[in-house]
Design a protein around this ligand. Structure first.
Ligand code: ADP
Ligand code: ASP
Ligand code: MG
Length: 636
């Protein structure tokens, strides 16, 4: 007998018929000998409707009242599902977040879960009842009973948190698609189902716009080792397992506020190759990285900064042993990349004796203060940051090799990471840690699926190898804006000031890119810094940064809201030189200009014009042969 948490999303409970179908599935699961906690969302598009009502009354509704309003949606569903179960003769009881004791921080509309009281849940389960819990909501304290919500899409997070707190055998997320697909089937109907995906890959995908799972739910699954599967509530297909490494034995107190950084990493023996002043037009990155992959040069970080005038800088890092080859490729291609008939040739700049220091951890998602703290720590240690590359679960900074010991020591201390156990030194075969980690993950995953024998058997029948495909999924984020700050003085502490300011206003930053070109203005070397934020934060961020421009000595702050970000994700792209080239080539062939590039080990993201976003997603998905022969029809 297993303890299972089943979560049903809005579309799965969108009508009376759907609620009855859900009750049937729950009933069958209980009859098979399991205990079940059900977590539900509001019916269909109820939450959207409630948001609209609030906006009709106020342009800036009070956040406490917003939570009071939005939490009603789930309360309707729990009562109806409970009634439907009782109609089948199955004892059931509905409970709001407050009744369960889902205690959150007092941050209305975006609360994180602190802990979940399990006594009442367990008492009802022991009495043979199915407990139907309202997702997406909690209370800020069990005395004041102030209702909070977790943020849109948050009932996935409720479900995984309940599963972690109860030590459930696994958590099933039921939705309107058969599992996690290579991309959003609403935009690419040929998207293909995955049998499994690692938490790391899923974290990147979810935070990049794959709304099928709330990233915070993946974060909890990863931190607590909750076996997680995404399935369709319309069929009996096995769905997609989201696999995690071994549980870290974390405390269930401060559940979502656990230590944000798990690891401080160092890659030594790095070198940077930068191409300055390459033309800002489709095909340049494709040509450069096409040639590089032909020469079998494995690049690590790639960044392309915003254009100044009408040219770009593209930079990448390689390990020192292959620098000569990388440099030769860049030097050979530079003359061909003349910007304008009479302009300067593109210039190759090499920087040796650099190192990459990174902080990693699922807990930094949506917590802008973590990256800011890294930058501040480096600044305090007198370390200048030459390149920044961010993903949802990692922030990497390229620094001078001579300063890397300092940098690592300061970061370890700031994030309370013990030296021996947690620090990896990945040089010279820098990626070995990741590869090993990946195979460990898959091994552990098959062990994890054993509790439920039917599921795991079906699952292995479907299994596709992660190693066979360097790219697992493609995601599109149409809700971002880009900010560029011109002429930021190039000295330690600038990134810390900048991102510290944004963090204090709760603005999360996604891609961060510093231009490679340094220009001396008023006797001070300066670089541009560009980054992306959620579109709704764009104007606020621009205003805040403009206000301090005089004081901090930087120039204009430019906002562009008409952008889209398209990303590829896959643990298998590590050590596969051609992956970036293939992505850039797909865009070039369709005349889609790349405005920004940023990478992490398992992700490459490109910013393109907003109106080309969907097309970019489609052509990249096709380029990596991710399309299946079957088209998915998402139920209406
Ligand atoms: P629920 O109401 O069940 O929580 P959501 O609408 O939040 O469902 O999430 C499911 C939707 O996520 C799907 O209908 C699909 O359009 C979208 N989606 C985006 N990316 C992906 C992906 N990679 N795999 C599956 N679904 C995706
Ligand atoms: N009903 C909430 C929303 O639409 C929570 C959820 O569905 O996950 O955001
Ligand atoms: Mg959802």
């Amino acid at each position: 007998m297993a303890l299972i948490v089943q979560k049903y999303g809005g579309s799965s409970v969108g009508s009376v018929e759907r609620i009855q179908a859900v009750a049937q599935r729950v009933y069958q699961t209980v009859k098979a000998g399991n205990s079940v906690v059900v977590v539900v969302s509001a019916m269909g598009k109820t939450t959207d409707g409630l948001v609209k009502l609030a906006n009709d009354i106020s342009t800036n509704p009070n956040r406490r009242e917003m939570d009071m309003l939005l939490s009603t949606g789930e309360q309707v569903t729990i009562a109806l599902v409970s009634m439907a179960l009782q109609e089948l003769g199955q004892p059931a009881i509905s409970m709001t977040g407050a009744q369960v004791g889902i205690v959150t921080e007092a941050e209305h509309t975006r609360a994180r879960i602190l802990h979940i009281e399990t006594d009442r849940l367990i008492r009802h389960l022991n009495q043979g009842k199915v407990v139907v819990v309202a997702g997406f909501q909690g209370v800020a304290s069990t005395e004041e009973l102030e209702i909070t919500t977790l943020g849109r899409g948050g009932s996935d997070t409720s479900a995984v948190a309940v599963a972690a707190a109860l030590g459930a055998n696994f958590c099933e997320i039921y939705t309107d698609v058969p599992g996690i697909l290579t991309t959003d089937p609403r935009l690419v109907p040929e998207a293909q189902l995955m049998a499994d995906i690692t938490c790391d890959e899923m974290l990147e995908l979810a935070s990049l716009g794959a709304k099928v799972l709330h990233p915070r739910a993946v974060e909890i699954a990863r931190n607590y080792g909750v076996p997680l599967v995404v399935r369709s509530s319309w069929t009996d297909e096995p769905g997609t397992w989201v696999t995690s490494a071994k549980p870290q034995g974390r405390s269930l107190v401060n559940l979502e506020l656990a230590r944000p950084v798990d690891n401080v990493e160092l890659d030594t023996d790095q070198a940077k190759v930068a191409l300055l002043r390459v033309p800002d037009k489709p095909g340049v990155a494709a040509r450069l990285f096409g040639e590089i992959s032909q020469q079998k040069v494995d690049v690590d970080l790639i960044i392309q900064s915003i254009h100044e005038g009408n040219s770009n800088d593209i930079a990448f890092t390689v390990t020192t042993p292959i620098l000569k080859r990388a440099e030769a490729v860049a030097a050979a291609i530079a003359p061909a990349l003349r910007n304008q008939p009479n302009s300067d040739e593109a210039e190759v700049m090499i920087e040796q004796n650099i190192a990459k220091v990174s902080i990693a951890g699922a807990g930094m998602i949506g917590r802008p203060g973590v990256a800011a703290k890294m930058f501040a720590t480096l600044a305090d240690a007198g370390v200048n940051i030459q390149m920044i590359s961010t993903s949802e679960v990692k922030v990497s900074c390229v620094v001078a090799a001579a300063q890397c010991e300092n940098a690592i020591a300061a970061l370890r201390q700031a994030f309370e990471i013990e030296e021996l156990e947690n620090t990896t030194q990945n040089s010279p075969s820098q990626h070995s840690t990741l590869n090993t980690q990946h195979s460990t993950l898959s091994t552990q995953h098959s062990a994890l699926s054993t509790p439920h024998s039917t599921l795991s058997t079906q699952h292995s029948a479907l299994s596709t190898s992660a190693e066979a495909h360097p790219v697992r999924g493609v995601a599109l984020d149409m809700n971002q804006a880009r900010l560029a700050i011109r002429q930021v003085p190039d000295r330690p502490g600038m990134a810390a000031r900048l991102f510290g300011l944004l963090a204090r206003h709760n603005i999360s930053v996604d891609m961060i890119i510093q231009s490679q070109r340094c220009r001396v203005v008023d006797g001070i070397p300066r670089r541009d810094i560009a980054f992306t934020v959620a579109r709704m934060d764009g104007e606020n961020a621009q205003q805040r940064l403009s206000q301090v421009a005089g004081e901090l000595g930087w120039g204009e702050v430019v906002l562009d809201s008409a952008i889209a970000k398209v990303s590829i994700v896959g643990a298998g792209m590590v050590g596969q030189p051609g992956t970036a080239a293939k992505m850039f080539d797909a865009l070039a062939q369709h005349k889609i200009n790349i405005q920004m590039i940023a990478t992490s080990e398992i992700k490459i993201s490109c910013v393109v014009a907003k109106e080309q976003g969907v097309q970019a997603l489609q052509v990249i998905h096709a380029a990596f042969d991710l399309a299946g022969s079957e088209k998915f029809v998402v139920p209406v």
